[in-house]
Design a protein. Structure first.
Length: 319
């Protein structure tokens, strides 16, 4: 056997070994980091397999975008409104069709671009990051900077009608390993697994009530970690991991056991899950995707409902 032939066999075996057990196959052997900065993106944006998915509004996208980026139309196309009147996750076929239409296939490295002004912007990116992971696609990262920072790093800004990427075939392989389940499963977790409310503190204590939730308050036993604590809105970046660990410790959120994150819907829940799992290493982090919207759809007889820490005031609607 020639040396070249031997090296080929060894390389092939290595690929098979490394990709074994990975739903996405060989492309999963080198998972990219969950966050990339503007310097990395400037150096890699032109790579053939990189797809920049812009989650901002159509108006912002048309006004100026990173050259080559694709308009995502989030949340409309990624979180359709179901029969319940609430937005929900896409199924396998719908997700695969949408990803393929946007020029994403199983080899694509998807870079999620968000406005970076608020924690809700970051949450939109973690929401789609989670969605790709639920389809066993690991080649996805979030730009940990505002688009302007990427432009300053050297990526050209383009305007006008974008050039559509050619459609691809996306091989979706669904998994539910990151999801906590529905209302019943979460209710059964009360007292067994910590629940973390990622909404602002005024919603957590019941001082404010989102428009799509029937009552103010939070799920009994829940702890609060406001999303804007973990995303620095002054600079448009996630806080460093040392600071994030201290915040989790302060909020009594363990990093070595099952923890369920929730918000009013899937986005803020995904923000907490992303930090816990992807940045701080808790593989037991879970998402209650239905959030308070789903929780409050329970019948009045289906206890427990909510706990409200501010009882004497009328809850102000969130504007």
């Amino acid at each position: 056997m020639t040396r070249a032939r031997w090296q080929f066999i060894v390389s092939a075996l290595a690929v098979v070994f490394l990709s074994a057990g990975s739903p996405g196959g060989a492309q999963e052997t080198a998972s990219p980091p969950p966050l990339v900065d503007e310097t990395w993106l400037a150096e890699n944006a032109a790579a053939q397999n990189v797809v920049m998915l812009d989650l901002r509004s159509r108006e912002e996208f048309n006004r100026g975008r990173l050259k080559g980026s694709v308009f995502a139309d989030y949340p409309e196309r990624w979180r359709p409104i179901g029969r319940s009147g609430r937005r929900g996750l896409l199924g396998r076929a719908a997700f695969a069709a949408l990803a393929g239409e946007l020029g994403i296939d199983s080899a694509s490295h998807v870079i999620l671009i968000h406005a970076g002004r608020t924690a809700n912007d970051a949450a939109s990116a973690t929401d789609i990051f989670m969605s790709f992971r639920l389809q066993s696609h690991r080649r996805v990262s979030i730009l940990n900077a505002r688009p302007r920072a990427a432009a300053d790093a050297g990526i050209e800004i383009e305007r006008g009608d974008p050039v559509a990427r050619p459609p691809k075939t996306f091989g979706a392989v669904p998994t539910t390993g990151f999801l906590a389940g529905g209302r019943k499963a979460v209710r059964e977790s009360i007292g067994a697994s910590p629940l973390v409310d990622m909404r602002r503190d005024t919603q957590f204590i019941g001082l404010e009530k989102p428009g799509d939730v029937s009552e103010p308050g939070t799920i009994p036993t829940a702890r609060n970690l406001p999303g804007r604590w973990i995303f620095d809105e002054t600079v448009g970046r996630f806080r460093d991991t040392d600071t994030l660990r201290q915040m989790f410790e302060f909020s009594r959120i363990p990093l070595d056991k099952k923890v369920i994150f929730f918000g009013n819907n899937s986005a803020l829940a995904a923000l907490g899950w992303f930090v816990s799992r992807e940045l701080l290493g808790n593989t037991e982090a879970r998402i209650y995707a239905g959030g308070m919207g789903d929780w409050m759809s329970a019948s009045a007889e289906e206890a427990p409902r909510v706990v409200r820490y501010i009882q004497s005031l009328e809850a102000a609607p969130v504007r």
